[in-house]
Ligand binder design. Structure first.
Ligand SMILES: [Zn+2]
Length: 268
């Protein structure tokens, strides 16, 4: 009964939502969404409408969001859950958009185990049991498939937090092996940390070496934006992320003829 009522409410939302067509077409033409077929584009449109109904997306510091800004955030947030349960984000409600990158006072532990306190500039933040914060200039700069996507990064944290802390071990689907996920991610994380420690740049953001939770979030960005790069360096992780997100961006980019551009992006 509950499901039926919810479906009816969603159908009503779909009928009544006035999609800003030019903005939507512009977004779909961005590299991040290239290769989505007509069915996927329609499913993304529906998810975006539900997302904007169910989430409160608003600007901080009197920032007034335009319809395009709201759409750009929702479309990027919905891409990772395109083939997942429609309620994947049901456990949180708000996105607060900052007019610029924001400062956070943080305590962090260095490689010698010493705890420091200092300020760091953030493009985004996913709070446990709370809102997601996003800096608008970073959201706007996330559409071009260069491996950096603050919205996908924070959404990956939110999915990871569904079973506790953001530790790189999100709840897996039935049939996925927890042991295999743990083994392969741990192996890849240690390899990545070693490369970062030795100053070896493989084209993946060294921020991923911060901890296993950040590794999962950063690799999720690469999974959607530069899947060929991810597959090249961590071939065991690509299929795991593909099973987790139930998508194959590598195949999508191949069909969209995007791989040439992606492979030219400074990796070896
Ligand atoms: Zn993060």
């Amino acid at each position: 009964m509950f499901h039926f009522l919810r479906q009816r409410r969603r159908n009503k939302q779909l009928r009544e939502f006035e999609m800003p067509q030019d903005a939507w077409r512009y977004l779909l033409a961005q590299p991040l969404f290239a290769g989505l077929d007509k069915d996927e584009q329609e499913r993304l449109r529906q998810q975006v409408i539900w997302f904007l109904h169910e989430k409160s997306v608003f600007g901080a510091d009197d920032m007034q969001l335009t319809p395009y800004q709201r759409l750009a955030i929702a479309a990027q947030a919905c891409l990772p859950v395109l083939n997942l349960d429609v309620d994947s984000y049901a456990d949180w409600r708000s996105i607060i958009v900052q007019p610029r990158a924001f400062r956070r006072q943080e305590r962090f532990r260095d490689e010698y185990g010493l705890v420091h306190e200092g300020q760091r500039m953030l493009a985004g933040e996913a709070r446990h049991d709370g809102p997601v914060l996003l800096s608008w200039p970073d959201v706007a700069g996330s559409l071009d498939c260069d491996g950096w996507n603050v919205v996908i990064h924070e959404m990956a944290h939110k999915l990871d937090m569904k079973n506790g802390d953001a530790n790189g071990f999100p709840p897996l689907h039935r049939g996925m092996s927890e042991a295999q996920w743990t083994l392969e991610f741990k192996r890849a994380y240690l390899d990545f940390c070693e490369k970062v420690d030795h100053g070896i740049d493989i084209g993946i953001n060294s921020y991923g070496a911060t901890n296993p939770g950040e590794f999962f979030a950063v690799l999720s960005e690469y999974f959607f934006e530069l899947p060929a790069l991810l597959q090249h360096h961590y071939p065991a992780l690509y299929p795991l992320l593909s099973q987790f997100y139930r998508q194959d961006p590598l195949q999508r980019q191949q069909s969209a003829g995007q791989l040439h551009a992606a492979s030219g992006y400074g990796w070896h």
